[in-house]
Design a protein around this ligand. Sequence first.
Ligand code: 3H9
Length: 696
Amino acid sequence: MTKAGNDPVSVSIENGVGLIGLDNPPVNALGAALRKGLSDAVAALNNDPAVRVIAVYGTGRCLSAGADIREFGKPPQEPRLSDVLDQIEASAKPVIAVVHGTTLGGGLELALACHARIGLPGAQLGLPEVTLGILPGAGGTQRLPRLIGLQEAVDIISSGCRVGTDEAAALGILDGTDTRSPREAALAAATGVARGGMPTRRTGQIVARIDPELIRQAIEKLQRKRPALAAPIKAVEAIAHAEKPIAEGLKAERALFLELMDSPDRQGLIHAFDAERVARHFPETSATPRPVGQVGVIGGGTMGSGIATALLQAGIPVILVETAAERAEAARAAVAGNLDNAVRRGKVSATARDAQLAMLTVTADLEGLADVDMVIEAVYEDMAVKTGIFGRLDQICKPGAVLGTNTSYLDVNAIAAATSRPQDVIGLHFFSPAHVMRLLEVVVADKTAPEVVATALALAGRMKKVAVRSGVCDGFIGNRILAHYRKAADYMLLDGASFQQIDRALEDFGFAMGPFAVGDLAGLDIGWATRKRKAATRPAKERYVAVADRICERGWFGRKTGRGYYLYGDDKTREPNPEVAAMIEAERADKGITPRAFSDDEIVSRYMTAMISEAARVVKEGIALRPIDVDAVFLFGYGFPRHLGGPLNYADRIGAAALIERIETYAAEDAYYWQVPALLRELAHSGRSFADLNKE
Ligand code: 3H9
């Protein structure tokens, strides 16, 4: 075998088979060195008379997860992936691919350019490029429809979905399967080809039939479903060229690929991909996590039962504590309902659901938590109640148990101080519904031990959550920023915009729901309770909008009561609640406000500027480690439009100087609310961006 040091490709010859092993951990990304190594290996093996057939496989966990995303946006380096794959397709000697692990994007395109493909059990095949704002740019849009037909190729490429080994074999992507190791399977398949026992062909020479009507309908459907996203549509446009000779089709694919490569969506979507992975790099990562077998959850309401569900789904046994036996049984029923929903949606089998439910114990006795390794408290937001519980946990729990609180804004230091072991106390802020939402804010208090942080991070990994480290402040990263920018929406409402216009403008911008619709969904009583709690400490200079209070005083708490800003029908449609308009007018009259018109652009500008301002403060204060952590919070916990990459990634598109200009303009009418954050000034002065801060 020839492989020098960090060489990302190993080459060996056995019984007339030239074996190329891709060796670029962790996922065999097809970076420049690997592309060159692969190209050189194919050329050398073609020239070696001892070799009759060539086979490519991956060392490590997969064949390849595709092009190296880290190279995007940098000057291209030769050889291009598409040229290497054309070289493989043109190879005089047959080239076989062994598909295993997550074989995605360029990794699958590599396999498609080979002359036959063998799959191993558990492989996941897909062309996820559209989820990164691009399209398969190394022949995927041309070769997949040739192999499996137009409709199936359109479905796979435009959705970016993955298919398993069996489905891939049934579709015709794979020519056979094998259960041996990747290298053994490569050797066996190539030997089979050398003996004439397995047919091979050049995918590019297969003729694809393109039905223009099918293409038209697919594009129309995508435009309806996701109008903001160009990539899936362009991908289908590229597929439409698959009827042409392969060289022409590849040229058309490349032109469309390059168009998308330059688009801001591509940058935003790849930033979102990175955010999920960068956020988990905590300073405490090197500490040794404590083992977590069983977890106690206190509180069986929506949050507690959701957290218990998520733990069970991760295979972690749970003891759920409620205040009385019947409440505990109701919590068990709620968890069972959540698990049933997962079965209905086809996420797990009924057998797996039964096994998960069997790991749940419910009790009305806090003493039942004596032996658990970790506790997650999820009772209602009341400091006295929480400190009372933590005081008791201190007495009950075994030494070394991690004591977590799911508080969404209370002071974790104060909760920790209720125990004699503050080093074991940590905030674990899940988002509702906790078994669906991916975000977990890990709130590190002053005395939290590094291994307790590492334990939380490891637990998040097991639960497939996106963990983001937050310092202690009112609302942590997400709810603190939300509390600030939400006011901007209320101010616009009072100054003349309607709540329907604000919601629509922000939904057009890309949010799944506008702020008033979100308030109705979450329950207006939640914000009402918080406002009442904070009324005594509200600064005199702060503008206060009482419309939501007026709505709540009528007993209208949003969707759960059928009324809030909107009226809700049985079919979940919404229409504006006409009585809210009267409440707004009354408050305007009371405060002497003459309503003015707002353009949709101004609405988006004020809302986003307010969000970015508070986010900049959160970064400056060190509550968030880096700007990208704020982005992760908003992408995975607040429905922030993924193609914009998060609020601070979006902020870089506007630029610090332009943001300051906006804030100074708005400050003319409310200098208390619109203050320029110090960090924005620093960035403007130094000519740096939030992206630069992420690199520091
Ligand atoms: C493409 O192929 C374009 C072509 O059509 C044409 C071009 C001309 N590049 O996610 P993980 C890193 S576009 C570079 O934590 P998992 C990742 O950042 C590409 N790095 O593990 C992480 O780094 P770190 C199409 C990559 O087990 C580490 O590997 N392909 C790449 O949860 C481990 O990853 C895709 O979109 C990459 N392509 O999931 C696939 N992929 O440790 C993208 C991963 O420093 N990747 N890394 O944080 C994935 O979906 C998941 O990473 C995968 C593994 C499922 C593979």
